[in-house]
Every structure is written in C-alpha cells, then in structure tokens.
Design a protein around this ligand. Structure first.
Ligand code: AMP
Ligand code: MG
Length: 413
C-alpha cells in the first residue's frame, strides 16, 4: 500500500483534498442569521444613501447670499422660521433673510445652501446672528455621498461581517443569498472508545475526538452531524458511513483507524465501498490520515490521537469547510515569534508544536506547552498556537525564529 500511496507534503495533501470541494448551493436567509456567511449574489443599491441631502451638524440652515457680507463687526441677522428634527421634511422653500433651526440628519429645506453650527451663532430672541460667510454645501451631506443607486455595494463572494449586515439593513434588504452551510458527519472509531456518560471499564477511553471535531466544525461554520462511535469492524463502520450518507452529509470525518494496526479499518472501508485517494502526510503530529470518497461524498479519516486529529482538522478539514461556505481565504494567518525552547528531532516531517505565547518588549515569544505527545490533550488546551518547524530542520537551538499559526484568530474573508 505504501508504494501505491506515497507520503505527501502538507501542501500537496491539502491541494488534493481541496480539489474535491466547491461552494455549496445558495439559500436565502434573514440577515441576522447571515453573519460570517458568504454572499452568492451581487447586492446592488436601489436608492441613494443618504437618500436626501441632510445636515451634518446641529445648526441653522440658510441661504449663503444672506451671510455673504457677514463679519464679527457686522453680523448677518436671520429670522428663525422653523425647527426641524431628523426624520421630518420641510416642503416650503426657505425665504431670503430667514433660517431653519435643524438637527443632524434632517433633510436640508429647499433653497437652503449651508448650515451654520449652533456654536457659531448668537441667538437673539427669534433671530440668529451669523458672523462670517459660508460656502455653499458647508456642513451638508450630499444625497448618495455614501452609496449611489445602481452601485454594487457588496459583491458576490464577500463574507458578511457585522458592518455588511448593517449595510444590508441600510439598503432595505431583510434577507441575503448566501452559500449554505456544509453538513459534516462526525464518526469516532475504536473498540476502546466510549461516550461521555457510558460507565468506564478497564481498557476503555472516552471519546474526545467526536466532541472536538464537532466543535471545530461548528466553529468554522459547518453543521456537525454526530454519528457516534463505530467499533473496529468493517461492517460497523460501513453501516455508520451509510447512515451518514442517508443523513445528507456533504463531508464525512472519521477519527482513528487510519494507521498500520490490525484494526485500522477506515482505509479498508474506503477502498471497498468507494475510492481512496491518499493516506499519509509528512507532518507531526498527524502522519496517518486517509482521504477518499464514498458515493461522491468526500471522507477524511483523521488520526485517532486527539492532538493529531485536531491539528489535521485545522490543516485539512477546515479549508474544505471554508471552501464549501464559499470563502476564498483558506489560510490561517501566521505570526512571527521566537521559540524559546530548543527542539530535537530526526525525521523529515513538518512539526506543529503546541505553544503558548508571551509578549515581551515588543516581541512575541513562544513556549512549548509541556509534553508534545500526540495523545496529550492538555498540550492543546494550553496552546495559543502551533509553531511550525520545517521538514528540512533536524533540530532548532533555543530562541529560534518561527512562524506560529494562531488557533483562535477571528475567521474572516
Ligand atoms: P488509532 O489511530 O485508531 O490507532 O488511534 C490512536 C490513538 O488514539 C489510540 O490510543 C486511541 O485509543 C486514541 N483514540 C482514538 N480515537 C479516539 C477518540 N475518539 N478520542 C480519544 N482518543 C482516541
Ligand atoms: Mg483505533
């Protein structure tokens, strides 16, 4: 099997996986449910924003000719004829020698050409004194200065952040057309694996992966379909996978059963029921992994060790889910840090070390989170990120510069 399926670089494994994914079909949903989803249509403005010219300041709207000669010594005197709050319009054109008291956001009355802010006038009974000339449009927001009718405001492919949700509301759109969320089946394998509330017995361990993987799916915008635990038999696993297909899974994620042991059945089931594309990537943790498809539905067999399955998820399942959601930016951002601890290793795999980060004197320092074994759940619990050590380094000295993939970067774009 090893000759037929060579060990792939992380990039090549990722490329071969992502070839099998594309954005899912669109659905129309209320905008309050559309946060973090990706638009499947161009959103075009039907009217200008703001729709009417309006005042940017609380002040007095007036004709610029009436204050053209105004000076501190000879202020112009204008009679205040109306009071206009935001939300109302005056239809009467403003007459020479008069002003309208107007609040921020209120539409400019016909004939008014500028707004004198409250702080620049003196009030004298029902008159105001203006002490200098004003240019036309001073303190007035133009109609359409933000958005013009007919403009593509939000292009197809854009991820909806809170500001885009607000823009949709401003445009009068209660709904948005977005790519639907992928349904991702989650299946743990192993005779030794039991669920949270099952009574513990010697030889058994609780299913951590089923829960981590489901939470990761949700975190990155998918809908987990929990299939429970399959014992290590071809029949049991095949049945569970059929159930996942019947449940309409767009993607199936298993954990465990992908290495070289006697009971590693995921690869066997993939080969028997569908097609296996590859099964190893040159990385640590997480070398064993299986990727294939059954009835046209991609299946990624994550490793059984909890740290390995989480890291493999981040590297391979996450970009697949993001692709189905219509996202284009699939990489997690990397930051520069100094890896304080020395690392000794001898294989030619890329290492993803669990680190916690510390800021000191404008520099980011990364510290190993203790034991880096692929079964050490606490190494992930304490981690802020994964320090990446390239495959061509056999060891690194203390204080070595590294790139760190931040685990909890907000997911945008
Ligand atoms: P496997 O790849 O199936 O040989 O599993 C590798 C290691 O991961 C074994 O020690 C398993 O007991 C452990 N393991 C497998 N599945 C899970 C799981 N769902 N939760 C926690 N540990 C697991
Ligand atoms: Mg197993």
């Amino acid at each position: 099997m090893n000759e037929v399926y060579p060990m792939l670089s992380v990039e090549e494994a990722r490329r071969r996986i992502l070839e099998h994914f594309q954005p899912l079909e669109p659905e129309r949903i209320p905008i309050m449910e559309a946060l973090d989803r990706v638009l499947a249509e161009d959103v075009v403005a039907e009217m200008d924003i703001p729709p009417l010219p309006n005042t940017a300041m609380d002040g007095y709207a007036m004709r610029v000719a009436d204050v053209a000669e105004a000076s501190p010594e000879k202020p112009a005197r204008l009679k205040v004829v109306a009071d206009l709050a935001a939300g109302y319009v005056l239809e009467e054109p403003i007459q020479p020698g008069t002003a309208v008291r107007i609040m921020t956001g209120a539409p400019i009355p016909p004939g008014a050409e500028a707004v004198v802010p409250f702080e620049n006038v003196e009030v004298d009974g029902d008159e105001v004194l203006v002490f200098k000339p004003y240019a036309t449009w001073k303190n007035i927001r133009h109609a359409g200065e933000d958005v013009k009718a007919g403009q593509v405001v939000l292009p197809k492919g854009k991820t909806l952040r809170p500001q885009e949700i607000g823009m949709l509301a401003a445009l009068g759109r209660p709904t948005a057309l977005v790519h639907r969320r992928p349904r991702v089946a989650v299946l743990s394998t192993g005779d030794e694996v039991i669920d949270i509330t099952d009574p513990w017995q010697p030889g058994k361990i609780r299913d951590a992966n089923g829960y981590t993987v489901s939470a990761l799916i949700r975190k990155y915008g998918g809908v987990p379909i929990r299939m429970g635990i399959a014992p290590d038999t071809i029949e049991a696993l095949t049945d569970k996978i059929r159930e996942a297909l019947d449940a309409g899974a767009d993607f199936i994620l298993t954990s465990g059963g992908v290495s070289m042991g006697d009971f590693d059945v995921v690869k066997k089931v993939l080969a028997k029921e569908g097609e296996m594309h590859f099964w190893r990537a040159r990385m640590k943790p997480g070398k064993p992994m299986a990727f294939g498809e059954i009835q046209g539905v991609p299946l990624l067999g994550l490793p059984g060790n909890p740290v390995s399955s989480t890291i493999s998820f981040e590297l391979f399942a996450r970009p697949a889910i993001l692709t189905m959601l219509g996202k284009k930016k699939l990489e997690k951002p990397l930051i520069d840090a100094i890896l304080v601890d020395a690392v000794k290793r001898k294989d030619n795999r890329r290492h993803y070390l669990r680190v916690w980060l510390e800021e000191k004197d404008g520099q980011t320092y990364a510290h190993l989170t203790g034991d880096q074994g692929s079964g050490i759940l606490l190494s992930m619990v304490q981690a802020d990120g994964l320090a990446i050590i390239s495959e061509d380094l056999n060891s690194t000295p203390p204080n070595f510069p590294v790139k760190v993939m931040i685990l909890d970067w907000p997911e945008v774009a």
